[in-house]
Design a protein. Structure first.
Length: 336
């Protein structure tokens, strides 16, 4: 990798002036996420060599089987963020409730909360398919000086101050936004440093890929079914290519680079949708909009949804703007 490339640490420092709360706390928080991601990446890359693949024997709050690396990643991110004395609370997809954290002076002086999906797509670990970490950062809304409360986490996605993901793939990348565009950094494993490799990432307005679990086709709303058939038509630049990995981070990352749409609609088996609003949908929606893409549930902007619970599920449509708007037209025309 070229010596001229900017490191993630340098980029954070150089651009912290563009962040309206330029106290340095957010920079420290992003650096903590960078550190935890490197530790988790090291373990992910050892899968198959040591006893870290397979189920851990427990289930999370959603009733899903936890993988060993789910538990490991969750522990590492919570430990790293707690020890750095930056956040006042953490909510994780793997935890029943949020974790309250006091500041080192015991006066609850920290300003930020983090919501995290420590290992998205973890069911892919055993078959060596890309997985990732998703994170979302907010400023607390309750008074500083008191312990963090549930309302600090139940904020609309439009209130996010930063969000991003790490994809552990053929190369490991950290992609994030603080509301001033989206930038991607690739890890040089030889020296353990992230370098700016994908500046100013944007979705093409149009794409030729659609990402959806077509095994659930019969369960989808009529509008989604009609749209999928539209994608398979033979007019113009269609048929579109079907690409679905089953890891949100990986599907989103590919579609942002190449152009496409990701769909996880509601259905009779998942009447409220499958993906979690706070840990998956809101951070990805923030990234999408900052990358000139769009995200909704088929009708309503994702980041306008008012959360009512930590593990709330919603339908999720995200990707190239023209494709998302086209699907929304199908939903309005054909509905449920």
């Amino acid at each position: 990798m070229s010596a001229q490339k900017q490191t993630l640490g340098e980029f954070i420092i150089e651009n912290q002036h563009a962040f309206k709360y330029s106290s340095g706390e957010l920079s420290s928080l992003l650096n903590s996420i960078r550190l935890a991601a490197k530790v988790v990446n090291h373990e992910v890359n050892k899968a198959g060599l040591v006893d870290i693949i397979g189920a851990a024997g427990d289930t999370n709050i959603q009733g899903e089987d936890q993988q060993k690396l789910d538990v490991y990643a969750n522990d590492k991110f919570i430990q790293t963020l707690t020890r750095r004395n930056i956040v006042c609370g953490i909510a994780s997809e793997e935890e029943d409730s949020f974790v309250a954290i006091n500041s080192i002076d015991e006066k609850n002086q920290n300003n930020y909360v983090v919501l995290i999906d420590p290992l998205d797509g973890s069911s892919n670990i055993d078959v060596n398919v890309s997985v990732g970490t998703i994170f979302s950062i907010y400023r607390r809304v309750t008074p500083v000086g008191k312990p963090v409360q549930i309302e600090d986490f139940l904020q609309k996605g439009s209130e996010q101050v930063a969000a991003g993901y790490v994809v552990y793939g053929t190369s490991t990348m950290l992609v994030y936004t603080t509301g001033n565009g989206v930038n991607g950094f690739t890890l040089n494993p030889a020296i353990g440093t992230f370098y700016l490799s994908h500046p100013n990432m944007t979705f093409p307005k149009n794409g030729t890929m659609y990402s959806v679990n077509e095994g659930n086709y019969m369960d989808f709303p009529l509008g989604v079914k009609k749209y999928i058939k539209h994608c398979q038509g033979e007019e113009g630049d269609r048929p579109y290519t079907s690409r679905y990995i089953g890891s949100l981070v990986s599907d989103f990352h590919r579609n942002m680079i190449k152009g496409g749409i990701y769909m996880y609609p509601k259905g009779s088996r998942n009447p409220n949708g499958k993906l979690r609003l706070l840990y998956e949908c809101n951070p990805m929606a923030f990234l999408a909009e900052q990358a000139n893409g769009k995200s909704s549930d088929g009708y309503t902007r994702t980041m306008d949804v008012q959360p009512t619970e930590l593990h709330q599920r919603v339908p999720f449509i995200c990707g190239s703007t023209n494709m998302v708007e086209e699907l929304e037209e199908f939903m309005i025309k054909y509905g449920e």
